[in-house]
Design a binder for this molecule. Structure first.
Ligand SMILES: [Zn+2]
Length: 307
């Protein structure tokens, strides 16, 4: 294996430099990771819907202990939800109207958006991270309180934010698709939280995001198997709806996609031209297989260029 991954990588990611990739795992004899850290993204890895068989396979493997993780997976897929929107679902707040042909979902919370917190003068509150030493300085400082570096040119503003309470427009889940029975069971079998944690320290709270992340990402067992991560369930659902014929406006309504770049990824899908324009009848599973092969080949051949 030629993957060069440090045992703990301290490369900052995202806008908030306080977040770090931290990755621990088993090492081989050369001190390299047996399962190297891979940063997954829907744009890179979800080229077409993986197919109902692959989903069934995922749900089966999540089905252990009290099946909570399997249920979380089914709900996340069906609703094209982010896992942090699915875990706190509460059917006394979000209404599921079960009809013979569809299930209407009303008052589904979106947890992606953040608002800046304002001070009394209605100005956003922030701190300035020193570019030289990383110290967090008060927003009124012009020089770093620790190393005296110039913060106006060498500092980075980090705004204080709070989650914005926002909901999707009512949307409709068709009932003529697999996992319908399971879906109805999960949303109706209890009143209140759908996924209450069984951990004493989280009484009255749902299972945590980290818990779900752990169970979903450990599903990938072999090199040539599909990798799963939390956001992939939402991505697969959007691809499947796209292949069902949803246009970009309809996808937006269903899932409340926020960025045009993300929307574009789902609407330029290769499934459409392969089947509608060329009429060659490729199945989602076959197409997913082409996508996996492309990724594996890219990885294998790029290694040859870099060695
Ligand atoms: Zn400093």
């Amino acid at each position: 294996m030629a993957h060069k991954v440090k045992e703990i990588s301290n490369k900052p990611y995202g806008k908030n430099s306080k977040q770090f990739h931290q990755y621990w795992g088993k090492l081989d004899g050369n001190g390299e990771h047996i399962h190297p850290y891979v940063r997954h993204s829907v744009e890179k890895d979800v080229l077409s819907f993986c197919g109902w068989d692959n989903l069934e396979n995922l749900f089966q493997r999540l089905d252990w202990r009290n099946s909570v993780m399997r249920d979380v997976g089914i709900i996340a897929f069906k609703m094209a939800g982010r896992i942090n929107e699915i875990l706190p679902l509460d059917n006394t707040k979000t209404v599921f109207d079960v009809q013979p042909k569809y299930i209407a979902v009303i008052n589904f919370y979106i947890l992606k958006r953040y608002d800046k917190i304002l001070n009394r003068e209605k100005k956003p509150i922030y701190h300035i991270t020193c570019g030289r030493c990383g110290t967090e300085n008060d927003m009124y400082e012009v020089a770093c309180t620790k190393c005296n570096a110039n913060l106006i040119h060498g500092g980075k503003k980090h705004f204080k934010t709070k989650p914005r309470i926002d909901t999707r427009q009512p949307f409709f889940i068709p009932r003529d698709e697999p996992f319908d029975k399971e879906f109805v069971r999960i949303i109706t079998e209890r009143k209140g939280l759908l996924f209450p944690s069984d951990d004493e320290r989280r009484m009255g709270k749902p299972f945590s995001y980290g818990w779900a992340y752990h169970h979903i990402t450990k599903i990938k067992l072999a090199e040539n198997e599909m990798a799963w991560w939390n956001h992939r369930l939402r991505g697969e659902r959007l691809m499947q709806l796209r292949e069902r014929g949803f246009d970009s406006g309809e996808l937006k309504n269903f899932s409340a996609i926020l960025s045009d770049k993300t929307l574009e990824h789902y609407t330029k899908g290769i499934m459409t031209y392969a089947n509608n324009k060329l009429n060659i009848g490729i199945t989602p599973n076959e197409l997913a297989e082409y996508g996996r092969k492309a990724n594996l080949l890219k990885e294998a051949t790029s290694k040859r260029f870099t060695q």
